[in-house]
Design a protein around this ligand. Structure first.
Ligand code: BGC
Length: 423
């Protein structure tokens, strides 16, 4: 009788999906060189977008700010005020992100957004807008959409100025007063919010990581190193690391990319973020069924989601367990474990590259601090332990660098308010 579970690792290697095939050293080298190219304005899969906001500011107390958090799934609007240097959320509303449940037009997107912001405009004339998609940021605080990611669909939004479009809609809906707006990426908001709320020591280096529906990183950069700007001040740089194109990819990654909204783009994000991880395992399972390692039920399953796979690992009965024979269970568990193992290795290599670029985290007393946010980071059963193990063996063991992950309550809202008050 075939020992299917024993054959699974070799099968994964045969389709280039085994975590051992990710070489952290090669990844880091490629990532660092793409970072340098992006900072110099040369062609690179890392856009290295200057944020024009910095951790060095001090937000004014007692000034309410409208903080908007436009994420992959939810849209949150809140009123945030700093009191004795501490951000306080005074009021908050949450609704589904327009475009996350089917295509909408750019006009409808900004109109829905304005409807949600409108009730807050009585209380403040400043907006801090955390936008979780690639956007070029301008020194005046506005930003222009580069593209959408995470399978969100808003037709005609590429190239649109976000702040101007929202403010125009607010005027059309009757807002008379002048509003100022500061746009920033969610990684930047998370970094700023975390650094303020937690009072992080900045000497070892600071970074922001989102691993939720999508994935991305940013870090606090010295102005002199942003070669594509002249005489830039120190500021946060958004790597848009989800678009990194030089990670080692396998056949399941190619299948996921080909079936996505934006084939060829955001290949790194499609290897590990929440909206794609389930699809990676589904594609592997399809290939495994073709190779006789899983039963026929896996030949063409509806894409399995990361939370469903998580529940399956926790032993809960669901759609995934219902597909499985007894033999399938062990093979599938191995596939899921391997997918998270590789995801952890990739996250570790990504933040380690940032730490090395900043020459940070040289001692445990002055670690490279990563303010982390996102459902995949915090809710997955396997990711954190695997990531911690990777930090120990690779970051500390091989590179002598100390990296810590931190979490702050409402970091993105706090960071958006911080940016609006300090830019
Ligand atoms: C976007 C990034 C964002 C990340 C996390 C990615 O899809 O391109 O801008 O920071 O998701 O939300």
């Amino acid at each position: 009788m075939r020992e299917l579970s024993a054959e699974t690792p070799a099968f994964l290697a045969s389709i280039d999906m085994h975590p051992d095939q990710t070489d952290s050293g090669a990844f880091i080298k490629a990532f660092l060189s793409e970072m340098d190219a992006g900072l110099a304005g040369d062609p690179s899969s890392l856009k290295m977008i200057p944020a024009y906001v910095s951790v060095e500011g001090a937000p004014q107390d007692g000034v309410p700010v409208i903080a908007i958090d436009a994420g992959g799934t939810n849209l949150r609007v809140a009123l945030v005020e700093f009191q004795n240097g501490v951000p306080v959320v005074l009021r908050e509303e949450k609704s589904p992100m327009p475009g996350s449940r089917g295509t909408v037009s750019a006009e409808a997107f900004f109109s829905e957004l304005a409807d949600d912001v409108l009730p807050f405009t009585e209380a403040s004339d400043r907006i801090g807008f955390c936008f979780s998609y690639p956007a070029t940021i301008f020194p005046d605080g506005d930003g222009q959409v580069i593209c959408l990611t995470k399978e969100v669909r808003v037709s005609g939004i590429e190239g649109r100025m976000i702040g101007r479009s929202l403010l125009r809609k607010l005027r059309e809906k009757g807002v008379k007063k002048d509003l100022s707006l500061t746009l920033l990426n969610d990684t930047a908001a998370s970094l700023l919010g975390g650094a303020t709320v937690l009072g992080l020591d900045r000497t070892g280096g600071l970074s922001g990581l989102i691993l939720g529906t999508g994935c991305n990183t940013c870090y606090a950069e010295r102005g002199a190193r942003i070669k594509k700007l002249h005489g830039a001040k120190n500021m946060i740089v958004n790597c848009e690391s989800g678009n990194f194109s030089r990670a080692f990819r396998g056949r399941a990654d190619e299948m996921v990319d080909a079936a996505s909204e934006n084939p060829g783009a955001y290949r790194f994000e499609k290897m590990l973020s929440g909206v794609y991880l389930g699809r990676v395992v589904t594609s592997e399972a399809q290939l495994a069924a073709g190779a006789g390692l899983l039963s026929a039920a896996f030949r063409k399953p509806e894409p399995l989601t990361a939370p469903e796979l998580d529940d399956f690992l926790r032993g809960r009965e669901n759609r995934v367990s219902a597909l499985c024979t007894e033999a399938d269970r062990i093979v599938l568990q191995t596939l899921v474990d391997a997918a998270f193992e590789r995801a952890a290795k990739l996250v570790c290599a990504n933040v380690l590259a940032l730490c090395l670029h900043c020459d940070g985290g040289k001692t445990a007393a002055r670690p490279f601090s990563v303010v982390a946010e996102g459902s995949t980071f915090y809710n997955s059963l396997l990711l954190r332990d695997k990531l911690d193990a990777c930090l120990k063996t690779v970051a500390e063991g091989q590179y002598g660098r100390h990296i810590v992950f931190c979490r702050a309550e409402d970091a993105t809202l706090a960071g958006s308010a911080f940016a609006a008050l300090t830019r």
